[in-house]
Design a protein around this ligand. Sequence first.
Ligand code: ARG
Length: 464
Amino acid sequence: MSAEKTNQSWGGRFSEPVDAFVARFTASVDFDKRLYRHDIMGSIAHATMLEQAGVLSIAERDAIIDGLTQIQAEIEAGQFDWRVDLEDVHMNIEARLTDRIGITGKKLHTGRSRNDQVATDIRLWLRDEIDAIIKEITRLQEGLLEQAEQHADVIMPGFTHLQTAQPVSFGHHLLAWFEMLSRDHERLVDCRKRVNRMPLGSAALAGTTYPIQREITCRLLGFEAIGGNSLDGVSDRDFAIEFCAAASLAMMHLSRFSEELVLWTSAQFNFIELPDRFCTGSSIMPQKKNPDVPELVRGKSGRVFGALTGLLTLMKGQPLAYNKDNQEDKEPLFDAADTLRDSLRAFADMVPALKPRVEVMREAARRGFSTATDLADYLVRKGLPFRDCHEIVGHAVKYGVATGKDLAEMSLDELRQFSDQIGDDVFAVLTLEGSVNARDHIGGTAPAQVRAAVARGKALLAAR
Ligand code: ARG
């Protein structure tokens, strides 16, 4: 059976065509065709290098580059006929090249294997994705800084155990999200360095007998380094796992953020207003305005954690070097990147449009004895040991619960039942402003510190 008849580049060794179902089962073109641009980029660099190495003539190189450029245009015009019998993106493009330019097309694969080709393509593709994701992170962070600056003086209850704990600036709360995203950004920048190493030249697994010059392809493709071992080059998928780990952390952050937005938009909290364009209604309950975007992002985090677990499991049993198992790396990786990018985009669009309900937040902070710690700290300053102060304030809170009064609503006489150290100056401490302003150090919630943190954040983004 000729290679023509089986339509496979490895047809020579086979005496019957591959079973039709097996052809579909083993094919990856349906999902790996999205690598076409990076596949062509890698092939052009490879052909350019082969000419400089004396393996291709100038005319051959030019015919190949021309052909590939036209194939890219065909794909982008939606005129490319993707064939499942050609298995994957690599063989589809190579076969089309030979259609177009004849036998010179068959020389492109000299000194190369699909094993190093696909590893190169994924890295080039992921590098671009990381750059796009990083842009969305920065856009979201800019939105958070704007909001934090504008709302540094807005006071809300801070929570531990989802119980009112201490008053905080709404801006301060938003900047907690900013910090998490800064770490996500750092992780992706770091991950990109290990994505950006070149496997091309590893060939099938052992390298190649042609006088290839890997420095040339490395430079042409903008890789930072050349992979140092051909066996590792074709089989390493650490970079994809690492990306999914960084993406999982980022999605976990967005999911927590989502959870707060869902809580805060509920009638029970009513802390913020989400513009209608980020919500949907109910087909049965006319009063509903559902926070679909945060809910969906919270839900989508599971897909990305799944991709991470999937890729770790994919790799754990594989002997060196390339195994067909690796074809299963793409769908989870693509899905993780798409999910993270879209979720960040939705948040970056949504965050500048969040509106705090200032009075509701303030009222919630005034309830729930959020300044109890401030009263204890006040008594410490009067010379009492902290544990005793804690106890005293505990009694005052108990009294407040029974009488329905917050600490700031009690009279001086009422407060003095619990300690004669309490004086008239206590009321400044018990106000919400007094409480937040007192936490006046780097990382604290005093509005002045929030503004300083915004300034640091802006400098950080400007240096990117
Ligand atoms: N479609 C394959 C993949 O995604 C390309 C490499 C195949 N190599 C091979 N020797 N079958 O991994």
